[in-house]
Every structure is written in structure tokens, then in C-alpha cells.
Design a protein around this ligand. Structure first.
Ligand SMILES: NC(=O)c1ccc[n+]([C@@H]2O[C@H](COP(=O)([O-])OP(=O)(O)OC[C@H]3O[C@@H](n4cnc5c(N)ncnc54)[C@H](OP(=O)(O)O)[C@@H]3O)[C@@H](O)[C@H]2O)c1
Length: 293
């Protein structure tokens, strides 16, 4: 059984969710259906993944009641600004085929046009007040940018979804989130980005320390990394399109890492980011047209 985490607005979020970044639309339907079948209850997508329709279809095919599933998606920077973000909610909800989204995030801060970031966040506040979303949050917000947001807006984000895996832990971000009562949700929680964007021979999946801990528990490196997040109080959203890995990545509730093992994994942090530098995500470099529903 999965566990839930209480957000700062008293909404419960399943700690272990399922990600679909880079999953093609048709495979999204089958992988989401499979994830829900084996027990995941949180699905993480984004307007810029261009697979929200597949997520909606996978949810409908699961046969589960809408109320049993926590859906989170993210607004892309090309739709920032107050009116644009309100419209972007309609696009995402329409593609997902739902009236209400459980958690809506700003995918990135647009630091070069911060007024548009603030406008988009104020739109999230409006959607929250109107009951169109149950919680709002951000993604890839570093502490200084978070402070700027908090100074100009009223609702403290419930979640900050950031890159966290054994090779990049961002303790400063986690600390800032904690001080503000914001849940840190780990993207690339198993360090997938160290394989598909970096040098696969230096991937977290092949790390000797993680491998040794995995062997001790008769588990896989992926399971150890996911367990590490849960025991340190983070939410994590592993992605897979492979049915065996989808199931194995959810089977992490029957063992416990020791304090020493958690510390050994913490010590693997290289301080080297796998994803783009958040401040370098500009409209010029990262514009995407988000289609209508
Ligand atoms: N907010 C953001 O900016 C942002 C950025 C990146 C990601 N995300 C979110 O976070 C989710 C997860 O991140 P991610 O996809 O980058 O990384 P991840 O979940 O850490 O790793 C996924 C990668 O590892 C492989 N994999 C999955 N399970 C495995 C296992 N048990 N053993 C070995 N390999 C395994 C997957 O391949 P197979 O599919 O073939 O199994 C895939 O290549 C995304 O899907 C997305 O929802 C958010």
C-alpha cells in the first residue's frame, strides 16, 4: 500500500506517483493503465509532454473512479501571463477529460519575464479559489526565485517539483521548501536523466554504493532510490514504459533502509545538475506551442 502526504492546504497526495515525460501518446495510454492497475494513484504529466490526452484515456480505461486518482499537470512557460494561464488550464483539463485537476504546477519559472510568471501563478490562485484545482504549486523554483514569488503572491505553493536523485540532491532547495511548508517532489527520482541525458556508464542505476545496498535488501537499485525518497519525506514520480519495471518501482513498501544507508546515498550527491539550469529556461530557447484541447 502506498502512503499519502498531507499538503499545506490539507489535501492528501499519494507519496509515490507515476511519470510520463518522453512517453509517446499511445504508450502513455497503456503505461498509465498498467500503473493504475498495479497500484499507483498519482499521475504526473505536463502540457509540454503532449500526452495529456493519453493520460486521460489511460485513466478512463483503468475503470477506477476519478476520485481515486490524483492528477497533476504543469503549465508551460509559453502560456504564462494571467489570461493565458487561465486558458491553459482549459486546454489541459480538456485534453485530460476532467473538470478538476488535483495539482497544477508552473513547469518552470520564467526569470527573464517574471511578471508573466507572477501572472500565471495568480491565475493558479484564481483556479484554486474557484475549485477548478485542489492544490497549486511550482516546479524548478530555486530558493531565490521562490522568495520572489512568495513576496508577490498570496498562496504558498503546496509542492515544488525539482530534480532530486542520488547524484543531485539540492539540499538548499529542499531546506527552503521545508521552511515554507512546501513539499519537495523529486523528478528523475531514480536519476533517469543521468542515463538518457548523460554518460550512461555513470548512471545512478550502476552506482556501486546503491548496488551494494540493493543487494543487502534483495532489491533493485531503482527500488532503493525510491525508498530513499519516501523515507526522507519526499514525493517521487518514477517513469517507465516497461510493465515489469512499472510494477517493481511501486513495490517499495515492504522494506526499510537504515539511517546509515540513507546517509550513504545522501553522500553520493555530485552537485551536478542533469536538467537545464532553471534561470536559463527562456521563451527564446524553450518556446513550445501548446495546442488547444
Ligand atoms: N518538472 C520537470 O521539469 C521534470 C523534468 C523531468 C521529469 N519530470 C517528471 O519526473 C518523471 C520521472 O523522471 P525521469 O523520467 O526523468 O526519470 P526517472 O523516473 O528517474 O527514470 C526514468 C528512466 O529510467 C528507466 N527506468 C525506469 N525504471 C527502471 C528500473 N527499475 N530500472 C532501470 N531503469 C529504469 C526508464 O526507462 P523505461 O521507460 O524503458 O523503463 C527511463 O529511461 C517524468 O516522467 C516526469 O513526469 C519532471
Amino acid at each position: 500500500m502506498s502512503t499519502n502526504i498531507m499538503l499545506n492546504n490539507d489535501i492528501e497526495l499519494p507519496a509515490l506517483g507515476f511519470g510520463v515525460f518522453q512517453t509517446p501518446p499511445e504508450e502513455t495510454v497503456t503505461s498509465v493503465t498498467e500503473a493504475l492497475r498495479v497500484g499507483y494513484r498519482l499521475i504526473d504529466t505536463a502540457a509540454s509532454y503532449f500526452n495529456e490526452r493519453g493520460v486521460g484515456e489511460g485513466i478512463r480505461r483503468s475503470g477506477l473512479d476519478r476520485s481515486e486518482i490524483f492528477i497533476q499537470t504543469k503549465l508551460w512557460i509559453s502560456d504564462f501571463g494571467y489570461d493565458e494561464a487561465l486558458h491553459s488550464f482549459d486546454k489541459s483539463a480538456g485534453k485530460l477529460g476532467v473538470e478538476q485537476i488535483d495539482l497544477l504546477l508552473l513547469h518552470q519559472p520564467l526569470t527573464t519575464a517574471f511578471d508573466r510568471t507572477i501572472g500565471a501563478y495568480k491565475a493558479l490562485e484564481k483556479l484554486l479559489a474557484d475549485g477548478k484545482v485542489r492544490a497549486i504549486g511550482v516546479s524548478n523554483f530555486m530558493p531565490d526565485v521562490l522568495d520572489r514569488l512568495l513576496a508577490e503572491t498570496g498562496v504558498v505553493p503546496a509542492v515544488n517539483q525539482v530534480e532530486v536523485h542520488p547524484y543531485f540532491c539540492q539540499p538548499d532547495v529542499q531546506q527552503a521548501d521545508k521552511e515554507h511548508g512546501i513539499l519537495t517532489q523529486a523528478w528523475s527520482p531514480m536519476g533517469g536523466i543521468t542515463s538518457y541525458r548523460g554518460d550512461a556508464s555513470r548512471s545512478t542505476f550502476n552506482d556501486p554504493v546503491i548496488g551494494e545496498i540493493a543487494q543487502t535488501h534483495g532489491r533493485t537499485p531503482a527500488q532503493v532510490m525510491l525508498r530513499w525518497h519516501l523515507q526522507e519525506g519526499r514525493s517521487a514520480i518514477p517513469k517507465s514504459v516497461n510493465p515489469e519495471r512499472i510494477a517493481a518501482n511501486f513495490d517499495v513498501f515492504g522494506f526499510e533502509l537504515t539511517a546509515d544507508e540513507l546517509a550513504r546515498i545522501d553522500a553520493l550527491d555530485t552537485g551536478v545538475r542533469g536538467g537545464p539550469e532553471p534561470a536559463e529556461v527562456t521563451l527564446e530557447a524553450f518556446h513550445r506551442d501548446i495546442p488547444e484541447a
